[in-house]
Design a protein around this ligand. Structure first.
Ligand code: GTP
Ligand code: MG
Length: 346
Protein backbone atom coordinates (compact mmCIF):
# COMPACT_ATOMS: atom_id res chain seq x y z
CA UNK A 1 0.00 0.00 0.00
CA UNK A 2 3.05 2.31 0.15
CA UNK A 3 2.71 4.83 -2.63
CA UNK A 4 5.52 4.04 -5.05
CA UNK A 5 7.76 6.97 -5.86
CA UNK A 6 8.57 6.54 -9.52
CA UNK A 7 11.53 8.83 -9.86
CA UNK A 8 15.02 7.43 -10.16
CA UNK A 9 18.25 8.92 -8.85
CA UNK A 10 19.56 8.64 -12.42
CA UNK A 11 16.92 11.16 -13.52
CA UNK A 12 18.81 13.93 -11.74
CA UNK A 13 21.06 16.17 -13.78
CA UNK A 14 24.73 15.20 -13.48
CA UNK A 15 24.21 11.80 -11.88
CA UNK A 16 26.26 9.27 -13.80
CA UNK A 17 27.30 5.75 -12.79
CA UNK A 18 30.22 6.99 -10.66
CA UNK A 19 28.08 9.32 -8.54
CA UNK A 20 25.39 6.69 -8.28
CA UNK A 21 27.95 4.16 -7.04
CA UNK A 22 29.24 6.60 -4.42
CA UNK A 23 25.71 7.26 -3.20
CA UNK A 24 24.95 3.55 -3.08
CA UNK A 25 28.10 2.91 -1.07
CA UNK A 26 26.64 5.23 1.54
CA UNK A 27 23.26 3.52 1.47
CA UNK A 28 21.44 6.09 -0.69
CA UNK A 29 19.44 4.24 -3.31
CA UNK A 30 16.29 6.30 -3.70
CA UNK A 31 15.66 9.90 -4.52
CA UNK A 32 13.86 10.39 -1.25
CA UNK A 33 16.84 9.17 0.72
CA UNK A 34 18.90 11.69 -1.18
CA UNK A 35 16.41 14.49 -0.65
CA UNK A 36 16.38 13.85 3.08
CA UNK A 37 20.18 13.91 3.33
CA UNK A 38 22.30 16.75 4.54
CA UNK A 39 25.26 17.96 2.53
CA UNK A 40 27.57 17.02 5.40
CA UNK A 41 26.37 13.44 5.42
CA UNK A 42 27.20 13.02 1.76
CA UNK A 43 30.59 14.68 2.09
CA UNK A 44 31.57 12.71 5.18
CA UNK A 45 30.29 9.30 4.18
CA UNK A 46 30.31 9.17 0.41
CA UNK A 47 33.42 10.97 -0.65
CA UNK A 48 31.58 13.65 -2.62
CA UNK A 49 32.71 17.24 -2.89
CA UNK A 50 30.72 19.80 -1.00
CA UNK A 51 29.49 21.42 -4.19
CA UNK A 52 28.32 18.14 -5.72
CA UNK A 53 26.66 17.09 -2.48
CA UNK A 54 24.85 20.39 -2.16
CA UNK A 55 23.64 20.26 -5.77
CA UNK A 56 22.46 16.67 -5.45
CA UNK A 57 20.36 17.35 -2.37
CA UNK A 58 18.97 20.51 -3.92
CA UNK A 59 18.07 18.82 -7.22
CA UNK A 60 16.51 15.82 -5.44
CA UNK A 61 14.30 18.08 -3.33
CA UNK A 62 13.36 20.19 -6.34
CA UNK A 63 12.36 17.17 -8.40
CA UNK A 64 10.27 15.68 -5.60
CA UNK A 65 8.54 19.01 -5.11
CA UNK A 66 7.76 19.29 -8.80
CA UNK A 67 6.33 15.78 -8.86
CA UNK A 68 4.24 16.57 -5.81
CA UNK A 69 5.89 14.02 -3.50
CA UNK A 70 7.46 16.54 -1.21
CA UNK A 71 5.59 19.43 0.27
CA UNK A 72 6.13 22.68 -1.49
CA UNK A 73 7.75 25.47 0.47
CA UNK A 74 4.29 26.89 0.96
CA UNK A 75 1.24 24.67 1.18
CA UNK A 76 -2.35 25.70 1.62
CA UNK A 77 -4.19 24.48 4.68
CA UNK A 78 -6.42 22.59 2.26
CA UNK A 79 -3.50 20.61 0.86
CA UNK A 80 -2.34 19.83 4.38
CA UNK A 81 -5.84 18.76 5.27
CA UNK A 82 -5.92 16.36 2.31
CA UNK A 83 -2.58 14.89 3.37
CA UNK A 84 -3.75 14.46 6.94
CA UNK A 85 -6.90 12.72 5.64
CA UNK A 86 -4.69 9.86 4.44
CA UNK A 87 -3.37 9.39 7.97
CA UNK A 88 -4.10 6.01 9.55
CA UNK A 89 -4.21 4.99 13.19
CA UNK A 90 -2.97 1.70 14.55
CA UNK A 91 -4.35 0.10 17.68
CA UNK A 92 -2.02 -0.86 20.52
CA UNK A 93 -4.54 -3.54 21.62
CA UNK A 94 -5.04 -1.50 24.79
CA UNK A 95 -8.14 0.67 24.61
CA UNK A 96 -6.67 2.83 27.39
CA UNK A 97 -3.49 3.51 25.48
CA UNK A 98 -5.44 4.02 22.24
CA UNK A 99 -7.59 6.60 24.01
CA UNK A 100 -4.53 8.41 25.31
CA UNK A 101 -3.27 8.50 21.72
CA UNK A 102 -6.68 9.63 20.41
CA UNK A 103 -7.20 6.39 18.51
CA UNK A 104 -3.79 4.74 18.29
CA UNK A 105 -0.35 5.28 16.77
CA UNK A 106 -0.53 7.67 13.81
CA UNK A 107 1.09 7.44 10.42
CA UNK A 108 2.90 10.61 9.27
CA UNK A 109 4.13 11.08 12.84
CA UNK A 110 6.97 10.06 15.10
CA UNK A 111 5.75 8.67 18.43
CA UNK A 112 8.29 8.38 21.20
CA UNK A 113 7.94 6.08 24.21
CA UNK A 114 10.46 6.67 26.93
CA UNK A 115 10.88 5.26 30.38
CA UNK A 116 13.12 3.23 32.63
CA UNK A 117 14.09 -0.42 32.04
CA UNK A 118 11.17 -2.82 32.15
CA UNK A 119 8.59 -0.06 31.68
CA UNK A 120 7.20 -1.80 28.60
CA UNK A 121 8.77 0.03 25.65
CA UNK A 122 9.93 -3.09 23.84
CA UNK A 123 6.68 -4.89 24.63
CA UNK A 124 4.69 -2.06 23.01
CA UNK A 125 6.94 -2.29 19.94
CA UNK A 126 6.39 -6.06 19.64
CA UNK A 127 2.64 -5.66 20.03
CA UNK A 128 2.47 -2.95 17.37
CA UNK A 129 4.30 -5.20 14.89
CA UNK A 130 1.36 -7.60 15.20
CA UNK A 131 -1.50 -5.09 15.29
CA UNK A 132 -0.09 -3.06 12.37
CA UNK A 133 -0.79 -6.03 10.13
CA UNK A 134 -4.53 -5.95 10.81
CA UNK A 135 -6.78 -4.57 8.08
CA UNK A 136 -7.54 -0.87 8.31
CA UNK A 137 -11.16 -1.54 9.30
CA UNK A 138 -9.85 -3.46 12.33
CA UNK A 139 -7.65 -0.51 13.31
CA UNK A 140 -4.44 -1.84 11.76
CA UNK A 141 -2.27 -0.36 9.04
CA UNK A 142 -2.58 -3.27 6.61
CA UNK A 143 1.14 -3.36 6.08
CA UNK A 144 4.36 -4.85 7.31
CA UNK A 145 6.74 -3.65 9.99
CA UNK A 146 10.39 -2.67 9.87
CA UNK A 147 12.02 -3.28 13.25
CA UNK A 148 15.32 -1.53 13.76
CA UNK A 149 16.77 -3.33 16.74
CA UNK A 150 19.74 -1.63 18.40
CA UNK A 151 19.56 -3.54 21.68
CA UNK A 152 19.14 -7.10 20.38
CA UNK A 153 15.88 -7.42 22.24
CA UNK A 154 13.64 -8.38 19.32
CA UNK A 155 12.17 -11.85 19.99
CA UNK A 156 10.30 -13.70 17.23
CA UNK A 157 8.89 -16.13 19.78
CA UNK A 158 7.30 -13.20 21.63
CA UNK A 159 5.70 -12.12 18.32
CA UNK A 160 4.40 -15.67 17.80
CA UNK A 161 2.95 -15.64 21.32
CA UNK A 162 1.18 -12.31 20.75
CA UNK A 163 -0.13 -13.38 17.33
CA UNK A 164 -1.46 -16.64 18.79
CA UNK A 165 -3.21 -14.87 21.63
CA UNK A 166 -4.76 -12.43 19.13
CA UNK A 167 -5.90 -15.15 16.69
CA UNK A 168 -3.65 -13.97 13.91
CA UNK A 169 -1.81 -16.30 11.55
CA UNK A 170 1.61 -16.71 13.18
CA UNK A 171 3.58 -17.52 10.06
CA UNK A 172 2.18 -14.65 8.06
CA UNK A 173 2.69 -12.22 10.95
CA UNK A 174 6.34 -13.28 11.30
CA UNK A 175 6.84 -13.05 7.54
CA UNK A 176 5.75 -9.43 7.56
CA UNK A 177 8.21 -8.20 10.14
CA UNK A 178 11.59 -7.22 8.74
CA UNK A 179 14.32 -6.93 11.32
CA UNK A 180 17.45 -4.85 10.98
CA UNK A 181 19.90 -5.77 13.72
CA UNK A 182 22.12 -2.78 14.34
CA UNK A 183 25.54 -3.01 15.95
CA UNK A 184 26.92 0.51 16.04
CA UNK A 185 25.94 4.13 15.67
CA UNK A 186 27.09 4.54 12.07
CA UNK A 187 25.21 1.38 11.12
CA UNK A 188 22.06 2.98 12.51
CA UNK A 189 22.76 6.15 10.54
CA UNK A 190 23.23 4.06 7.41
CA UNK A 191 20.01 2.09 7.73
CA UNK A 192 18.01 5.22 8.44
CA UNK A 193 19.49 6.82 5.32
CA UNK A 194 18.55 3.82 3.21
CA UNK A 195 15.10 3.36 4.67
CA UNK A 196 13.03 4.68 1.76
CA UNK A 197 13.93 1.73 -0.44
CA UNK A 198 13.21 -0.81 2.30
CA UNK A 199 9.80 0.71 2.96
CA UNK A 200 8.80 0.63 -0.68
CA UNK A 201 10.03 -2.89 -1.37
CA UNK A 202 8.28 -4.40 1.63
CA UNK A 203 5.02 -2.47 1.93
CA UNK A 204 6.12 -1.18 5.31
CA UNK A 205 3.59 0.86 7.30
CA UNK A 206 5.25 0.78 10.70
CA UNK A 207 8.87 1.60 11.47
CA UNK A 208 10.20 0.83 14.94
CA UNK A 209 13.52 2.07 16.29
CA UNK A 210 14.17 0.33 19.62
CA UNK A 211 16.05 2.27 20.91
CA UNK A 212 16.98 5.53 19.24
CA UNK A 213 19.80 6.49 21.53
CA UNK A 214 21.56 3.52 23.11
CA UNK A 215 24.33 3.15 20.49
CA UNK A 216 25.12 6.85 20.24
CA UNK A 217 25.07 7.10 23.98
CA UNK A 218 27.54 4.26 24.29
CA UNK A 219 29.86 5.50 21.55
CA UNK A 220 29.91 9.21 22.23
CA UNK A 221 30.98 9.44 25.81
CA UNK A 222 32.16 12.59 27.49
CA UNK A 223 31.43 16.26 27.09
CA UNK A 224 33.74 16.73 24.10
CA UNK A 225 31.68 14.46 21.88
CA UNK A 226 28.27 15.75 22.87
CA UNK A 227 27.76 18.16 20.01
CA UNK A 228 28.81 15.59 17.41
CA UNK A 229 26.44 13.06 18.94
CA UNK A 230 23.57 15.52 18.95
CA UNK A 231 24.26 16.44 15.34
CA UNK A 232 24.08 12.79 14.33
CA UNK A 233 20.91 12.19 16.31
CA UNK A 234 19.42 15.28 14.76
CA UNK A 235 20.06 13.92 11.26
CA UNK A 236 18.44 10.61 12.20
CA UNK A 237 15.36 12.27 13.71
CA UNK A 238 15.03 14.66 10.79
CA UNK A 239 14.98 11.77 8.35
CA UNK A 240 12.55 9.68 10.40
CA UNK A 241 10.13 12.57 10.39
CA UNK A 242 10.42 13.05 6.65
CA UNK A 243 9.97 9.34 6.01
CA UNK A 244 6.85 9.25 8.19
CA UNK A 245 5.29 12.07 6.20
CA UNK A 246 6.28 11.08 2.69
CA UNK A 247 5.59 7.36 2.92
CA UNK A 248 2.58 7.67 5.22
CA UNK A 249 4.15 5.30 7.76
CA UNK A 250 3.98 5.34 11.55
CA UNK A 251 7.39 5.76 13.16
CA UNK A 252 7.75 4.60 16.76
CA UNK A 253 10.96 5.21 18.66
CA UNK A 254 11.94 4.25 22.17
CA UNK A 255 14.16 6.33 24.37
CA UNK A 256 15.84 5.89 27.69
CA UNK A 257 15.55 8.10 30.72
CA UNK A 258 18.36 10.39 31.59
CA UNK A 259 20.98 9.28 34.06
CA UNK A 260 24.75 9.15 34.15
CA UNK A 261 26.90 9.56 32.08
CA UNK A 262 24.81 12.43 30.68
CA UNK A 263 24.62 14.18 34.00
CA UNK A 264 25.18 13.31 37.62
CA UNK A 265 22.29 15.37 38.83
CA UNK A 266 19.84 14.61 36.01
CA UNK A 267 16.15 14.36 36.60
CA UNK A 268 15.53 10.60 36.29
CA UNK A 269 12.18 11.24 34.61
CA UNK A 270 13.64 13.19 31.73
CA UNK A 271 14.11 11.57 28.35
CA UNK A 272 17.67 11.15 27.14
CA UNK A 273 18.95 12.91 24.06
CA UNK A 274 17.82 16.38 25.03
CA UNK A 275 15.85 18.72 22.82
CA UNK A 276 16.94 17.10 19.58
CA UNK A 277 14.75 14.07 20.10
CA UNK A 278 11.99 15.89 21.95
CA UNK A 279 11.48 18.48 19.26
CA UNK A 280 11.47 16.01 16.42
CA UNK A 281 9.00 13.61 18.05
CA UNK A 282 5.40 14.48 17.31
CA UNK A 283 4.17 12.70 20.43
CA UNK A 284 6.10 11.79 23.56
CA UNK A 285 4.76 9.30 26.05
CA UNK A 286 6.45 8.61 29.35
CA UNK A 287 6.07 5.08 30.74
CA UNK A 288 6.61 3.93 34.25
CA UNK A 289 5.96 0.88 36.35
CA UNK A 290 2.98 1.07 38.68
CA UNK A 291 2.88 -2.21 40.61
CA UNK A 292 1.80 -4.95 38.19
CA UNK A 293 0.54 -2.33 35.78
CA UNK A 294 2.25 0.31 33.67
CA UNK A 295 1.37 3.98 33.57
CA UNK A 296 1.53 5.92 30.30
CA UNK A 297 1.64 9.70 30.52
CA UNK A 298 1.23 12.02 27.52
CA UNK A 299 4.07 14.49 27.88
CA UNK A 300 4.04 16.35 24.64
CA UNK A 301 1.54 16.52 21.82
CA UNK A 302 0.27 19.22 19.49
CA UNK A 303 -3.28 17.90 19.74
CA UNK A 304 -3.91 15.63 22.70
CA UNK A 305 -4.75 16.90 26.16
CA UNK A 306 -2.24 16.03 28.85
CA UNK A 307 -3.41 12.87 30.52
CA UNK A 308 -2.42 9.52 31.88
CA UNK A 309 -3.70 5.99 31.79
CA UNK A 310 -2.77 2.45 32.80
CA UNK A 311 -2.08 -0.64 30.74
CA UNK A 312 -0.62 -4.09 31.32
CA UNK A 313 1.86 -6.42 29.67
CA UNK A 314 0.39 -9.91 29.26
CA UNK A 315 0.81 -12.94 27.02
CA UNK A 316 -1.11 -11.19 24.21
CA UNK A 317 1.19 -8.15 24.39
CA UNK A 318 -0.28 -4.89 25.63
CA UNK A 319 -3.75 -4.82 27.12
CA UNK A 320 -6.02 -2.96 29.54
CA UNK A 321 -5.99 -3.62 33.28
CA UNK A 322 -9.10 -5.45 34.54
CA UNK A 323 -10.61 -2.25 35.96
CA UNK A 324 -10.53 0.01 32.94
CA UNK A 325 -10.81 3.65 33.95
CA UNK A 326 -11.23 6.65 31.69
CA UNK A 327 -8.18 8.75 30.85
CA UNK A 328 -7.34 11.14 33.61
CA UNK A 329 -7.05 14.56 31.98
CA UNK A 330 -4.55 16.85 33.65
CA UNK A 331 -5.11 20.59 33.67
CA UNK A 332 -1.41 21.39 33.45
CA UNK A 333 1.59 19.64 31.97
CA UNK A 334 2.59 16.66 34.13
CA UNK A 335 4.85 17.79 36.93
CA UNK A 336 7.91 15.85 37.95
CA UNK A 337 6.03 14.96 41.15
CA UNK A 338 3.32 13.39 39.02
CA UNK A 339 5.89 11.49 37.01
CA UNK A 340 7.75 10.14 39.99
CA UNK A 341 4.79 9.05 42.08
CA UNK A 342 5.23 5.35 42.67
CA UNK A 343 1.80 4.14 43.74
CA UNK A 344 -0.96 3.63 41.22
CA UNK A 345 -3.62 6.08 42.24
CA UNK A 346 -3.47 9.48 43.75
P1 GTP B 1 14.56 -1.61 28.58
O1 GTP B 1 14.67 -1.95 27.14
O2 GTP B 1 15.37 -2.49 29.44
O3 GTP B 1 14.81 -0.15 28.87
O4 GTP B 1 13.05 -1.88 29.05
P2 GTP B 1 11.68 -1.87 28.25
O5 GTP B 1 10.93 -0.67 28.64
O6 GTP B 1 11.89 -2.13 26.82
O7 GTP B 1 10.96 -3.10 28.91
P3 GTP B 1 10.18 -4.27 28.21
O8 GTP B 1 9.20 -3.77 27.25
O9 GTP B 1 11.16 -5.27 27.74
O10 GTP B 1 9.35 -4.84 29.43
C1 GTP B 1 9.77 -5.93 30.13
C2 GTP B 1 8.66 -6.32 31.07
O11 GTP B 1 7.54 -6.79 30.30
C3 GTP B 1 9.06 -7.48 31.94
O12 GTP B 1 9.55 -6.96 33.14
C4 GTP B 1 7.78 -8.19 32.14
O13 GTP B 1 7.13 -7.62 33.25
C5 GTP B 1 6.93 -7.86 30.95
N1 GTP B 1 6.83 -8.99 30.01
C6 GTP B 1 7.68 -9.30 29.03
N2 GTP B 1 7.29 -10.41 28.40
C7 GTP B 1 6.17 -10.82 28.99
C8 GTP B 1 5.26 -11.92 28.79
O14 GTP B 1 5.45 -12.75 27.92
N3 GTP B 1 4.21 -12.00 29.60
C9 GTP B 1 3.98 -11.09 30.57
N4 GTP B 1 2.92 -11.20 31.35
N5 GTP B 1 4.81 -10.04 30.80
C10 GTP B 1 5.88 -9.91 30.02
MG1 MG C 1 13.55 -2.53 25.65
Amino acid sequence: MSEAIEVDIGDLPGVGPATRAKLESGGITTILDLAASTTNELVDNMNLTEETAHNLVYEAQKLLREKGYLEKDLVSANELFARRAKMLRCTTYSANLDDLLAGGIETQSVTEFYGEFGSGKTQICHTLCVSAQLPVDQHGLEGSALYIDTESTFRPERIAQIARARDQDIESVLNNIHIAKIYNASHLELIVRAMGGLIQQNNVRLVIVDSIISLHRAEFVGRGTLSERQQKLNAIMHRLKRVAEIYNVAVVITNQVQSTPDTFFGDPTKAAGGNIIGHASTYRIYLRKAGQERKAIMIDSPMHPYGDTNFMVVEGGITDPPDKKPIKILKNPPSSKHLEKEDEEE
